[in-house]
Design a protein around this ligand. Structure first.
Ligand code: ASP
Length: 356
């Protein structure tokens, strides 16, 4: 009898203990769309090709069509991978490869020049299912830096490699290496000359240089991608040549996990573009994920708060593309424009350049 009484009390105790937890979970799932059950089998992808003062009046219809065609080509590559059941990581890498191989964007082939007339490339990638990440900074001979970032993540004990060491590692992974002259493009060289000319005429220091429109705009054009696959895994990646006229082996936000790239299956995947120093100081990509996680707010609310309020208040310019675990997408920027595209599970494609 005594034993039965103890057993009964124990069962009663467990039932009471469990109750508040269940109640709490129900109320969270009712309140926030970020906390609802994941939409099964959905997938989606979103990309950017840089943000900045991109104005229609400065663009020819031919140039505009060229940008849109390349964005579409890239996003369709990733979309097909996802549709066929491939991973978000693979979709991110292969999509970025298309943009890296195009001279239109400031990444890979189209990378901008440093003050010394060389090209130093940065990239990073993150897997939202494991929180594993890889990044490289200041590489000069790796054709597709995003591939090297992925190898760092998968085949090294490190997260971030730089310079000649990163290149040695690239050799061990049998990645495609090119002569530095591969990255020469006439346009980017002209941009460097213009910026240098401006700099000379103004005794510019770093701060005044940033406020000069020619100099300021010469530093945008990074590429990035965020994707959700059918298994509910999120991934993000970013690749860049950094900023025109950069000195002293400057490294921006793009290879910094949490600033230029972040992915977490519990929240979202984010790729940033813009004035890198501010994205590092604001830890922009991670901040968006953290706001969703800690405040229980939606992707839209988190990206709007971080870009329109926090980044803007700091004095930073640029934008992000992001996708959450339900396939909701955000393409938020505080500049005049951002090259961008998104495609959902139904195959609906949206491409944009300017502010809507
Ligand atoms: N965020 C990059 C950097 O500062 C530049 C860009 O996004 O265009 O290196």
């Amino acid at each position: 009898m005594k034993r039965a009484l103890i057993f009964f009390s124990f069962v009663l105790f467990l039932a009471c203990k469990e109750q508040p937890k269940e109640a709490a979970e129900t109320s969270v799932s009712k309140n926030e769309n970020t906390r609802t059950e994941q939409v099964e089998n959905t997938f989606g992808i979103v990309i950017h090709g840089g943000a900045g003062t991109i104005l229609k009046k400065n663009m020819t219809p031919e140039k505009e069509a060229e940008y849109k065609a390349k964005l579409e080509e890239a996003i369709r590559v990733g979309h097909t991978i996802l549709k066929n059941g491939g991973t978000s990581l693979e979709a991110v890498e292969k999509t970025i490869n298309i943009l890296e191989d195009s001279p239109l964007f400031n990444a890979g082939k189209g990378a901008v020049f440093t003050s010394e007339g060389s090209n130093e490339l940065d990239a990073s990638i993150m897997d939202g299912s494991t929180l594993n990440a890889g990044a490289v900074a200041g590489v000069k001979t790796v054709k597709n830096p995003i591939n090297l970032a992925k190898e760092v993540m998968l085949n090294s004990p490190h997260v971030l490699l730089s310079g000649s060491g990163a290149e040695q590692f690239a050799k061990t992974q049998h990645l495609e290496l090119v002569d530095p002259s591969y990255f020469f493009t006439e346009n980017r060289m002209k941009a460097l000359e213009r910026v240098k000319e401006k700099e000379k005429n103004k005794e510019a220091n770093q701060t005044t240089a940033f406020y000069d429109p020619v100099i300021r705009n010469a530093k945008f054009g990074t590429v990035g991608c965020a994707a959700l696959d059918k298994n509910g895994n999120l991934a993000a990646g970013t690749s860049t040549g950094g900023m025109t006229n950069k000195k002293w082996n400057r490294i921006g936000d793009s290879p910094i996990i949490g600033a230029g790239t972040y992915a977490n299956n519990a929240t979202c995947a984010v790729s940033s573009t813009g004035w890198g120093e501010y994205f590092i100081r604001g830890m922009v990509a991670h901040d968006i994920s953290a706001m969703m996680e800690y405040k229980g707010i939606s992707l839209k609310e988190a990206t709007s708060e971080v870009i329109q309020k926090k980044l803007t208040a700091l004095g930073g310019t640029g934008g992000i593309v992001a996708i959450d675990r339900n396939g909701n997408v955000s393409m938020e920027f505080n500049t005049e424009g951002m090259y961008r595209a998104t495609m959902n599970a139904d195959g609906q494609l949206t491409i944009g350049i300017y502010k809507e």
